[in-house]
Design a protein around this ligand. Sequence first.
Ligand SMILES: NC(=O)c1ccc[n+]([C@@H]2O[C@H](COP(=O)([O-])OP(=O)(O)OC[C@H]3O[C@@H](n4cnc5c(N)ncnc54)[C@H](OP(=O)(O)O)[C@@H]3O)[C@@H](O)[C@H]2O)c1
Length: 273
Amino acid sequence: MSQHLAGMALPAITLGTGLRPPEDVQRLVGWALDMGYRSFDTAALYGTEAAIGRAIRDSGIDRRELFITVKVRGNEYGSRERVHQAIERSLDSLDTSFADMVVPHWPLPMLRALPSTFTQMLDAREEGLVRGVGVSNASAAMVRAVRTETGEWPAMNQLHLSPIVGQADFTRFAGTVPVRIQAYRVLEAGSGLMQSRVISELSQQYGCSPAQLLVGWQLGRGHKVVLGASNLEQLRANLDSRPLQLTPADSHRLSRLDRFSLAKPDPVTHFEL
Ligand SMILES: NC(=O)c1ccc[n+]([C@@H]2O[C@H](COP(=O)([O-])OP(=O)(O)OC[C@H]3O[C@@H](n4cnc5c(N)ncnc54)[C@H](OP(=O)(O)O)[C@@H]3O)[C@@H](O)[C@H]2O)c1
């Protein structure tokens, strides 16, 4: 069974708030709300929930127009009480009564807790704390196990996906099941990808910036994107990104950049609480 998110669709572009000081996040989210962003991603780990809450309050925008994703840390997995309390702490910080999406931040298969945590999050949905339940950084096998053990598909999988981290297994799998991909690190900022010859040639060819080429490629393949920005110009350019239908040959030029067919770090071994 696929999740209906109480009538809300997962937005195409979400503003990420990881690895940024709260005062920057409050300013960026305020600008983003003014220019039309309506979807925001946070996590207990990021320490940005309260800053997002303040920016939303200052904007005066109706909470029901927004889509907010929260994440529960691995050190809260284990019991229904802990998971529910973790969600409630996030909601308190955000100053809201519900989240639109909740995910366990990492699958942590060594804890053997992903399906049970997912079930506890489905309970939280029944109680109205969240509207949808997804996963993050999960492999196809992990998502299949969630479905087998809980009877429900995650609404989405938020995962690292870019030309360099191609995730061929998961993208193939996602094409056959009702699980949306929400891609992060699509720009591979800091890696030199945006400055590479292939990205600069393709962005000229498609009449957009390198960042918009990378975002537009994912949107054109039917994926959602979560990405951050450092300033007004980047916020605007990212929100203005449109789905791009690359020719098969151009798409192949991007796919050929894949250096890690699997996720990096590997979700099977990555340990983070
Ligand atoms: N679930 C998970 O485990 C997980 C892991 C990582 C991230 N996330 C989520 O995904 C979000 C995005 O993270 P990310 O790692 O993918 O970072 P990102 O958003 O790809 O990178 C942000 C950086 O990219 C550059 N940038 C953004 N827009 C640009 C543009 N239009 N043109 C040129 N450069 C641009 C900026 O770098 P400069 O500052 O150098 O200009 C900015 O600081 C996070 O905030 C978080 O919400 C989730």
